[in-house]
Design a protein around this ligand. Structure first.
Ligand code: B12
Length: 213
């Protein structure tokens, strides 16, 4: 399946036409496209093109919210079962940090990890570090996944390791992803892994957190 097969989905996403997006995603699945390919070459590509419309100077909230709704429709189509009932592989917390309301990437990550059998606790968007770490401690998390789309959250990400160690969570893996974080290095962010896509993150977790029953 070539990228040009994704064109209709990308166009429908950019038009914010949720019904057309859902039927395009279903058509692509029937034609043999994988979930990862639709997320990366379909949703990812459309969001790259939307990029220019989401700056401080040029910003049409209604248009972008319609695109967001269309993306969520595609996510539901790609992950029809939502989260599986019987998690088998350890506990992972996902969130977007305080000040960041972007959550579509986090929502995709949640579905991908749930689909792989992790128990995923979603701390939501705009989540303060304290709440994230309190949840991680209470749930005995094996890993936390922070999604960062705006660069202003970077200082919070860099604090996470130190605060986790203070709470006795030094063994917990810290993963980072999203447009603002994936340009940085793991050393720079003081995390264990920086993911390009949700699927990269899942592969990394499969290597390091894999409590098969
Ligand atoms: C859609 C969007 C919005 C929507 C968000 C809707 C929602 N519910 O999420 C709305 C309209 C609300 C919005 C608001 C704003 N936005 Co905006 N937005 C975007 C846009 C166009 C797409 C983001 C997106 O959803 N991508 C699709 C998802 C699926 O991709 P993703 O998050 O990268 O996730 C994938 C991977 O990265 C991975 N992943 C993500 N996180 C993680 C974490 C881990 C651990 C792992 C393993 C993997 C992983 O999983 C996904 C699948 O592979 C980006 C442009 C861009 N290039 O990202 C700008 C962008 C992020 N926004 C931007 C800005 C400036 C804003 C506003 C400040 C605008 C304003 N004037 O108010 C506000 C911010 C408000 C706030 N405080 O957070 C800037 C940020 C710039 C910066 N350097 O900080 C960007 C980069 C646009 C730009 N070029 O200026 N935005």
């Amino acid at each position: 399946m070539s990228n040009s097969d994704m064109r209709a989905l990308v166009e429908a996403l950019l038009e914010g036409d949720q019904a057309r997006c859902v039927s395009e995603a279903a058509r692509l699945r029937k034609a043999g496209a994988g979930v990862a390919q639709i997320v990366v070459d379909g949703i990812g590509k459309a969001m790259e093109q939307l990029d220019g419309k989401c700056t401080i100077d040029q910003f049409n909230l209604l248009e972008i919210m319609l695109v967001g709704r269309a993306v969520m429709g595609v996510i539901k189509e790609l992950f029809p079962k939502g989260e599986p009932g019987m998690p088998i592989r350890g506990t992972v917390i996902v969130c977007s940090l305080e000040g960041d309301v972007h959550d579509m990437g986090k929502n995709i990550l949640k579905m991908v990890l749930s689909g792989k059998g992790y128990r995923v606790i979603d701390c939501g968007k705009d989540c303060p570090l304290d709440r994230l770490l309190e949840t991680a401690e209470g749930q005995q998390a094996d890993a936390v996944c922070v999604s960062g789309l705006i660069t202003s959250v970077i200082p919070q990400v860099r604090l996470l390791r130190e605060l986790a160690v203070e709470r006795g969570l030094g063994q917990m893996r810290i993963l980072a992803g999203g447009a603002a974080l994936k340009q940085a290095t793991a050393e720079g962010l003081k995390v264990d892994f920086v993911a390009d896509t949700a699927f990269d993150g899942a592969r990394y977790l499969e290597e390091v957190v894999n409590e098969e029953p």
